[in-house]
Design a protein around this ligand. Structure first.
Ligand SMILES: [Zn+2]
Length: 385
């Protein structure tokens, strides 16, 4: 069975799957995978306060090793559709480009893996030479990510599914296909700093205690560098994202001031250690004179690293053989579902070129779709020997 990655990518782009909508994307994939010989399961996960989300698990083979591909069919909203030169859900091909929301992030990547797996299976009498191939596909990555990969992995574990290595098809490349594998991600932690003072008339500051003064002092302290980076990571960074007093009155000293911040942290820190470090810095800067408190939001985005070894070497070699480029192992960028998968098996991320993801006229080159399919095909071939 030959399967055209460009046709699959185009058909998937035509499904309007803005999270939490599925738009028919998973039913379409189910059809393609079943035809290629996969046993396909569909499940909807839900939780109070969140929209129910459709997910898909597919497997062919029952032996070890089990190579799993992970991805998401949901996409971010298109924004103002009139701003697009090619409608976001039309799947138009013009020249060497396939246009549409999700073309690179990451319906294109899914299409390439499905085509590569189908081609490999067809060349081997409809089943893997040895071992198994699985797919974990969710519709909940771009939003809150609570009814997606995290629950899909739990569901699979309860069925006794074991994964040996995972390729996540996020658009990992920066400039050109083959330049970057993501082998780890920074952690992310959100917090709010609240300074309380005493409200009063602005003409009588001695009778009030302006919390803005204290807040500014603490912000300065907290912005100091957190580390110098590590072998695989850039320096951690704390960035304030909002300062809020909410005071519409010109002659009033407010009673409270808040600042929100996000930290992207490397493998020098755990969340607990990071909180302690910042609490200590604030404590020292406050010197007993500023009354402050931290509010920390729960975070499921811990830092992790996939150490260079046989699996990253295998992927790098496959990429080099197909593209002629030696990819670098990177840990930059935001979080991804790899943060959940890493608890089950080593995971690396390799997909299309990310330049247009989440932007107007998102597109991938058709050539890249063909090349990425060849890379995945080579990875599968090498993996099963
Ligand atoms: Zn993505």
């Amino acid at each position: 069975m030959t399967v055209d990655p460009v046709a699959i990518a185009r058909d998937l782009v035509r499904c309007r799957s803005v999270t939490p909508e599925d738009g028919g994307a998973l039913a379409y994939l189910q059809g393609v995978l079943a035809k290629a010989g996969f046993a396909v399961h569909r499940m909807t996960f839900a939780e109070p306060g969140t929209a129910p989300i459709e997910n898909l698990f597919a497997r062919i083979g029952s032996e070890k090793p089990n190579l799993v591909f992970a991805g998401h069919t949901d996409v971010v909203p298109p924004g103002d559709e009139a701003a697009w030169h090619h409608p976001p859900f039309a799947g138009e091909i013009a020249g060497d480009k396939l246009y549409g929301r999700g073309a690179v992030d990451m319906k294109g990547g899914i299409a390439c893996f499905v085509a590569a797996a189908a081609d490999y299976l067809a060349a081997n009498g409809g089943k893997p030479k040895r071992g198994s191939i699985s797919l974990l596909i969710t519709g909940d990555e771009e939003s809150v990510a609570v009814n997606g990969t995290i629950k899909l992995l739990q569901w699979a574990a309860e069925r006794g599914e074991k994964f040996d290595h995972c390729v996540l098809g996020e658009p990992s490349n920066v400039e050109v296909l083959g330049d970057t594998i993501k082998a780890g991600r920074r952690g992310s932690l959100n917090g709010t700093l609240i300074v309380s003072g005493r409200q009063g008339h602005v003409a009588y500051p001695d009778r009030a205690d302006n919390p803005i003064r204290g807040l500014v002092a603490l912000i300065t302290t907290l912005q100091a560098p957190l580390d110098d980076g590590s072998a695989q990571f850039a320096p951690s960074n704390l960035e304030f994202t909002s300062i809020d007093v909410g005071n519409p009155t010109v002659n009033l000293i407010p009673g409270e001031a808040r600042a929100r911040f996000n930290i992207r942290y490397n493998d020098h820190h755990s969340q607990t250690a990071l909180k302690m470090l910042l609490e200590r810095r604030a404590h020292d800067a406050a010197a007993g004179r500023v009354h402050y408190a931290f509010e920390w939001q729960p975070s499921n985005a811990d830092v992790f690293i996939t150490k260079p070894g046989p699996f990253t070497d295998l992927a790098s070699a496959a990429i080099a053989e197909v593209t002629g480029r030696k990819p670098k192992l990177s840990t930059t960028g935001g979080t991804s579902d790899a943060r959940f998968i890493k608890d089950y098996c080593p995971v690396l991320e390799f997909g299309l070129v990310g330049q247009t993801m989440h932007s107007v006229d998102e597109c991938t080159s058709v050539t890249d779709l063909v090349t990425l399919t060849a890379v995945y095909r080579r990875i599968i071939e090498k993996y099963f020997g």
